[in-house]
Every structure is written in structure tokens, then in C-alpha cells.
Design a protein around this ligand. Structure first.
Ligand code: IMJ
Length: 259
């Protein structure tokens, strides 16, 4: 089975692990099991510390752990230069990063500020373009890029607000990047994950209700986990998904199909 995946000793960059609950950490576990070489990027020193502890605790041997602030072109460029120098070829990138100002996730959507809108777009959607551009020179053997989305890109989830617009942009960015990079055999897809209790969901008052609604109405009658998303990411990084690009793949127990 592991042979079919063709991921052993392939280098995959995972961006956006804040702690052990992060979706990126689920992705890391899935990919590590099949022998991929993992590179991690972090923004904050706090995340770096958490990440290094997690790696140690789980006896993960990372290829490299590097700082990358996706709001800063130079930081992205430097990060991928360092990665390229260390590993030579990059085969995959997992972008598991989103951020909006807390103020823009509270109150009425209509009060979204110009700056808050731009910041959410910059961090959560534009960053995928900048990352793909910097990774491309090192993806000389073809590869796979994955972004993480959420149903709020397609439907009004009242709490999601400015992030819904950012994820819409992310999903369309995936399609344009897929078109650009397809000739280089680099595939670009997004996973639209069901709600998962992570740091990014902390402090959302109705989060319990949203989880319960999925559990009660989704075809699979359960919520998804970091492991579910990790294994789908593994599939999308692998040779098994070689004919798939520009897609938004729902890992949500089927919730999105229901009326
Ligand atoms: C986030 C906000 C509102 C509703 C939400 C979420 N639902 C889900 C999330 C229903 C599932 C988590 N999610 C999919 C996100 O993309 C989260 C993004 C996010 C979260 C925060 C919280 C703290 C903060 N800024 C943020 N920016 C983006 O200050």
C-alpha cells in the first residue's frame, strides 16, 4: 500500500501548526507514517516552541523547522530558499493557515472594516499564491499543493463572516493556480473540512451547536477529525490522486450535500 502512494522520502512542507489540535498536525502524522520527509513552518515563537515539543514528544525527526510569516513576501522567499537549500526538491506543500482580526468575527458582517477585509484576504488567500510562487522553483519533479477551506466559502455560516470571503478567494485561487501549474505537473487542490475543535475555533460561541448540527444531519452522523483530514491530505499528496487538480474536496461527513 505504502508503495502505491510513492511518498517515501518525498519532501512535504507543512505550514500552520499552532498546537497538537491543529489540522496540520493531523496531516503531519498521516504523512510521517508513510515515510515522507517533513518540513514545518511557523510564524510565532510560541508556535515554534509548541511544534518542537510536539516533534520531540512524538519522536518525529523533522527535516527542517523554519520561520515563515505569510504576510511578508521576503519571509516567504527566505523560508523557501532555506528549504530548497536543505532538501533540494520539494514534492508537496500543505497550506493550513488562516487568520482574521477577532473584531471582524464579532458583531455584524456589514461592519467589516476595509483593513480587516484586506488582512483576512492577505493572510488566508493571497498567501497561497505567494507560497506557490516561491515553492515552484523547487518543485522540479511535479508535486501537490493543498489549501484548507471551509463550507463558509460557499454558504452563509453566520459566525464565519469575513473568513467566508477569504475562503471563497482561496477556493478560486486554487483553480487559477491549478491552471498555471498543471503544465509543470504540480497539482493544486483544497480540502473543505467540516468543523473541528482547534485553536482557530476557540471562542466561537455557537461552535458546539455547529458540531451538533453536523453530527445530527450529516450522512455519516459524526464530526470529522484531524486524522480524517490528515488521511485525505495524504491521498491528495500521493500518486493515487495524480489525475486530480483544481478541486475542492469535502471532508465533512457529507454535510455539504444536505439541504
Ligand atoms: C471560525 C470563526 C467563526 C466560525 C467558525 C470558525 N466555524 C469554524 C471555524 C464554524 C468551523 C474555524 N475555521 C474553519 C476557520 O477558518 C477559522 C479561522 C479563524 C479563526 C480565528 C479565531 C481567532 C482570531 N482570528 C481568527 N481568524 C481566523 O482572532
Amino acid at each position: 500500500m505504502t508503495d502505491l502512494l510513492q511518498l517515501k522520502d518525498k519532501t512535504i512542507v507543512i505550514m500552520g501548526i499552532a498546537n497538537e489540535r491543529s489540522i496540520g498536525w493531523g496531516v503531519a502524522q498521516s504523512l510521517y507514517k508513510v515515510g515522507a520527509k517533513l518540513v514545518f513552518t511557523y510564524r510565532q515563537e510560541r508556535s515554534q516552541k509548541k511544534l518542537l515539543k510536539l516533534l520531540e514528544k512524538n519522536e518525529f525527526e523533522a527535516e527542517l523547522v523554519v520561520e515563515c510569516d505569510v504576510n511578508n513576501d521576503e519571509s516567504i522567499s527566505n523560508a523557501f530558499k532555506q528549504i530548497g537549500e536543505k532538501v533540494g526538491t520539494i514534492h508537496g506543500v500543505v497550506h493550513s493557515i488562516a487568520f482574521a482580526h477577532a473584531a471582524d468575527l464579532k458583531g455584524d458582517f456589514i461592519n467589516t472594516s476595509r483593513e480587516g477585509y484586506a488582512f483576512a484576504q492577505d493572510t488566508s488567500a493571497y498567501s497561497l499564491i505567494a507560497v506557490a510562487r516561491e515553492a515552484k522553483p523547487y518543485m522540479t519533479e511535479g508535486g501537490s499543493i493543498i489549501g484548507m477551506s471551509y463550507l463558509g466559502a460557499q454558504r452563509v455560516i453566520p459566525e464565519y463572516k469575513v473568513m467566508g470571503i477569504a475562503k471563497s478567494a482561496l477556493e478560486t485561487t486554487v483553480k487559477y493556480l491549478a491552471s498555471d501549474l498543471g503544465p509543470d505537473n504540480i497539482r493544486v487542490n483544497a480540502i473543505s473540512a467540516g468543523p473541528i475543535r482547534t485553536l482557530a475555533a476557540k471562542g466561537i460561541p455557537s461552535f458546539n451547536d455547529i458540531l451538533n448540527e453536523v453530527k445530527e444531519t450529516a450522512p455519516l452522523r459524526r464530526n470529522v477529525t484531524q486524522e480524517d483530514v490528515g488521511d485525505m491530505t495524504l491521498a491528495m499528496m500521493s500518486h493515487l490522486s495524480r489525475g486530480v487538480t483544481g478541486e475542492i474536496i469535502y471532508v465533512d461527513s457529507g454535510y455539504n450535500i444536505m439541504a
